[in-house]
Design a protein around this ligand. Structure first.
Ligand code: PGA
Length: 234
């Protein structure tokens, strides 16, 4: 059945993904479309809260997010780690320090994602748990804008490591080695439990589960090369 899909236009795959997943999903889709060139894709990129609304309205075939809500009847499978890390400018006084106590973040100017962001939820939960009061200087609805704001010296933030590309980490930004980080999230691929998936959606689901382990975590590669978190960011 799946083989017969190849090369024949069968319709459309509707995907809804959270903002941090847009850094790898298009590449996976690229490989998928090479194998199934006839399939059209509609990809919606939103934050967590908007994605939940789309689920409730049954607007897409499949969803990718980190924290599937427990009060909806969903079928969810984890497929990839999504570590959240503390990001600062390279010249931040804490850059290069090891095992920084989480309390050191108290009082640091902090850049926070908007209300409704799943990243924000996870960060707030961790800070509440360890009673860390950060000064939120800026709220931004975009991971890209947050990276620019960090580079501009406006403060620290916590981002999915997948939002960081090696070039940025070699240049303006760095990951701080803070206790209790990274926050270990995983991405799930999810659909409404009662939903009858199209053959295309089934095929993509299987493809994603089989191929996502090849997704590189670019920040980690840079870390392993010793170009980060050392005292030698040139
Ligand atoms: P978001 O993504 O911060 O863009 O809402 C959260 C998630 O990882 O599910």
């Amino acid at each position: 059945q799946v083989a017969s899909l190849k090369g024949t236009k069968q319709g459309r795959l509707r995907l809804g993904v959270v903002s941090t997943a847009k850094y790898f999903v298009p590449r996976v889709l690229g490989h998928f479309c090479q194998q199934y060139p006839g399939i059209d894709i509609a990809l919606q990129v939103t934050n967590h809260a908007t994605l939940i609304q789309r689920m409730q309205d049954n607007q897409d075939d499949l969803y990718i997010l980190s924290q599937p809500p427990e009060d909806l009847a969903l079928s969810s499978q984890p497929f990839l780690d999504n570590p959240l890390v503390v990001v600062s400018r390279q010249d931040h006084p804490l850059a290069g320090e090891k095992n920084i106590p989480i309390k050191s973040l108290a009082g640091e100017p902090f850049i926070m994602r908007e209300q409704g962001s799943g990243t924000r939820q996870s960060v707030q939960k961790l800070f509440e748990r360890y009673k860390v009061g950060v000064k939120v200087r800026l709220e931004l609805g975009s991971n890209e804008a947050i990276k620019q704001a960090i580079a501009g010296g406006l403060g620290l933030s916590v981002l999915s490591q997948h939002t960081l590309i090696a070039e940025q980490l070699m240049g303006e930004l760095t990951i701080l080695d803070v206790q209790h980080f990274p926050i270990h999230l995983r991405w799930y691929v999810t659909h409404l439990e009662g939903k009858q998936l199209s053959i295309i959606a089934e095929t993509f689901l299987k493809f994603l589960l089989e191929n996502s382990n090849h997704v590189p975590l670019l920040g980690t590669l840079a870390l392993q090369n010793g170009t980060l978190l050392g005292n030698h960011h040139g």
